[in-house]
Design a protein around this ligand. Structure first.
Ligand SMILES: O=C(O)C1=C[C@@H](OP(=O)(O)O)[C@@H](O)[C@H](O)C1
Ligand SMILES: C=C(OP(=O)(O)O)C(=O)O
Length: 447
């Protein structure tokens, strides 16, 4: 799964009803953070349900390079023996984050607060992504880029601060990665570090800071935002973390069941954090039959079991304020919109352009290849739905090293008249290694 390996194409054909009961893999955001908090606490952190996708495994290797002892005890069951805030080792090897923006940006925050120097790198996709958004606030903390590609891109060498400063920083874009990088750097600074976000983004870092014993306060800021204040230099206490299942991964079988006639699927234990569930909210507005069976808390997060059935969807207008709570779900929402009756307008998608691929462009190409009419107006995507089962298909989706585009293309093909081909499904392993086998077990025709 690197620039040198041959692409792995796959074709999804029009499928009969998808039926069964599944559990999506562990949440990717929580998995990265569980490992990092393990590194930053003194003693043994045990993790259950860790996502063993390529992105998270890269973070595990980086934690080991910075001094933690990281062991896999069984499937999803990991142990991290951490060094504690302030005691990281100088890594002797490059920290290679592969395809993962989260791993790279959060670890830049960790390194920024420590007197260590680390070389960061990633694959061709990650090398194109903007790092200035984290490097700018980390420079205020006292970190310096010693060597770096133009415009703050990877590869780069980051020298952490000898005496990190506490900062107050307002994020210029709604990004949990930027927020988290600043808070992680702030752990090593004396006094209070504050991050202000105009639009609330996923809060797993704040939740885990509190869970590991740091003093962190979160208060509302403006209409949609938050102000997060962390007291630096806590002694983090190692903890047991149970990773809930990933709503961003569950999204793919969920939408597949909505689109393939006669389907009925139970999806168990999906994280229901309100800052992550914009897709389910939107699909319900579109008329999706998604039933919640059991709402409960597991490992500090709200989770629910869902039962999803084939549904006749109607186009809706998705407000820009909802984007942070469904940011990774727009490609699969665009697939749902293609099978809805009427027009769906998704507003405020500028952040989609800086993901693993330019997802706005990649989604546009995917819709074109499937024979679906759409328009892009500014940062909005407008999809003209063709109605249930009425997408022609027959084209090829270019994934651009992007797992979510690959999975969206396959789901699109499962209900299309002539199916769809995806040029490279290898990158699905970054977040959902079992996706293709799982979909086949449910009845999906994927060759
Ligand atoms: O903090 C995180 O775990 C993530 C934040 C989001 O990125 P941004 O912070 O760039 O919006 C999201 O797209 C990514 O998949 C995971
Ligand atoms: C954007 C994503 O991840 P990352 O930023 O960690 O590469 C994603 O998983 O869709």
């Amino acid at each position: 799964m690197n620039a040198h390996s041959a692409p792995t194409p796959a074709t999804a054909g029009k499928s009969g009803p998808l039926r069964g009961q599944i559990r999506a893999p562990g949440d990717k955001s929580v998995s990265h953070r569980a490992l990092i908090f393990g590194l930053l606490s003194c003693g043994t952190t045990e993790i259950g349900g860790l996502l063993e996708g390529a992105d998270v495994l890269a973070t595990a290797r980086a934690c080991a390079a910075l001094g933690a002892k990281v062991d896999r005890l069984g499937e999803g069951h990991w142990r991290v023996q951490g060094v504690g805030v302030g005691a990281l080792l100088n890594p002797t090897e490059t920290l290679d984050f592969g395809n993962s923006g989260t791993g790279a940006r959060l670890m830049m925050g960790v390194v920024a607060g420590h007197p260590v120097t680390a070389r960061f790198d990633g694959d061709a996709s990650l090398r194109k992504r903007p790092m200035k958004r984290v490097l700018d606030p980390l420079a205020l903390v006292g970190a310096r880029v010693l060597e770096g590609a133009e415009g703050g891109r990877l590869p780069l060498v980051l020298e952490g601060a000898r005496e990190p400063l506490p900062v107050t920083f307002e994020t210029p874009v709604p990004s949990a990665q930027v927020k988290s990088a600043v808070l992680l750097a702030g752990l090593a600074a004396p006094g209070e570090t504050t991050v202000i976000e105009r639009e609330a983004t996923r809060d797993h870092t704040e939740a885990m800071l509190a869970y590991f014993g740091a003093d962190v306060r979160v208060v509302p800021e403006g209409a949609h935002g938050r102000r997060i204040t962390l007291v630096g230099r806590p002694e983090l206490t190692p903890a047991k973390v149970m990773v809930p299942s990933d709503p961003s991964s569950a999204a793919f079988p969920l939408v597949a069941a909505l689109l393939v006639k006669g389907s009925k699927l139970a999806i168990d234990g999906v994280m229901a954090n309100p800052l992550r569930n914009g897709l389910v909210v939107t699909l319900r507005e579109m008329g999706a039959r998604i039933e919640t069976l059991d709402e409960r808390r597991e490992g500090g997060e709200a989770v629910e079991d869902l039962v999803v059935q084939f549904s006749e969807l109607t186009g809706v207008d998705v407000p820009a304020e909802r984007a942070p709570s469904m940011i990774d779900e727009y490609p699969i929402l665009a697939v749902a919109a293609a099978y809805a009756r009427g027009v769906t307008r998704m507003r405020g998608l500028s952040e989609l352009k800086v993901k693993e691929s330019d997802r706005l462009a990649a989604v546009a190409d995917m819709l074109r290849a499937a024979g679906v009419t759409f328009a892009i107006e500014g940062d909005d995507l407008i999809v003209e739905g063709r109605g249930p089962g009425s997408v022609p298909g027959g084209g090829t989706v270019t994934t651009h090293m992007d797992h979510r585009i690959a999975m969206s293309g396959l789901v699109l093909g499962l209900a299309a008249e002539a199916g769809m081909t995806v040029d490279d499904v290898a990158f699905i392993a970054t977040s959902f290694p079992d996706f293709v086998p799982m979909m086949r077990r449910l009845g999906a025709e994927i060759a």
